[in-house]
Design a protein around this ligand. Structure first.
Ligand code: FES
Length: 181
C-alpha cells in the first residue's frame, strides 16, 4: 500500500519539492506541526510508542483532533485508522476540546461507593451532556477519573484544578452556579 493511501486525502496533499522529497500539508499551523514532530521524534517515530505519543500530544493540545492524528500517523508511518482506533478505544483520549471549566468526577472505588454515580448523573442532567462531551458554548465538559487520592473526601469532583469534596447530587447545581456567573 502506498503511503498516500494511508492518509486522509482531504487533509493531506503531497507536494514534491525540487529534491523529490514528499512534503505534507495539513490545515494546522506550522507551530503545531512542529510540536507534533518533536513529540514523535522524542519517541524515535516508533509506531510501537503510539500510545505514549498520543499521551504527550493530548497533554500538549488538550485533545486529539483528526488533523493531529493525521500528522502522528504520517510521522510514525502507520495508517490513520490505527491511530483513530487507539484514540477511540481508550476513554482517556478525547477528540473534543475540553470546556473552559472541565468537570472531572472521580469514579474510583471510594467515591463510587459513596454515590459518585448519582453525582455524575446529576451533572449530566444539569448540563445535558454525556461523558466526554463539551457544552455548545464551550464552557463545561464532563469527564470521569480514577482515584484522585482524596478518598477521605469522597465523592470528589474537580472543576479545573479546584477540588470539591463530599459532593451530593443536591450540591451539583450550586457548584455549576459558581461558574455560570
Ligand atoms: S476514589 Fe475518589 S478520591 Fe479516591
Amino acid at each position: 500500500m502506498s503511503q498516500k493511501t494511508d492518509i486522509a486525502p482531504e487533509v493531506f496533499q503531497y507536494m514534491p519539492d525540487e529534491r523529490e522529497v514528499l512534503k505534507v500539508k495539513v490545515n494546522l499551523p506550522q507551530s503545531k506541526i512542529d510540536t507534533i514532530d518533536r513529540i514523535c521524534e522524542s519517541f524515535d517515530n516508533d509506531p510501537g510508542e503510539l500510545i505514549n505519543v498520543l499521551h504527550e500530544a493530548q497533554h500538549e493540545f488538550g485533545y486529539l483532533p483528526a488533523e493531529v492524528q493525521d500528522v502522528i500517523a504520517h510521522n510514525l508511518k502507520i495508517p490513520v485508522a490505527q491511530v483513530y482506533g487507539v484514540v477511540t478505544f481508550y476513554t482517556y483520549f478525547t477528540m473534543v476540546p475540553k470546556g473552559e471549566f472541565p468537570i472531572s468526577i472521580c469514579t474510583g472505588t471510594a467515591c463510587y461507593v459513596r454515590g459518585a454515580e448519582k453525582v455524575l448523573e446529576e451533572f449530566k442532567k444539569e448540563l445535558n451532556l454525556k461523558v466526554g462531551e463539551t457544552t455548545p458554548d464551550g464552557k463545561f465538559s464532563i469527564n470521569c477519573l480514577r482515584c484522585v487520592g482524596a478518598c477521605g473526601l469522597a465523592p470528589v469532583v474537580l472543576v479545573g484544578e479546584r477540588v470539591y469534596g463530599r459532593v451530593s447530587p443536591d450540591g451539583v447545581k450550586n457548584i455549576l452556579d459558581e461558574y455560570r456567573k
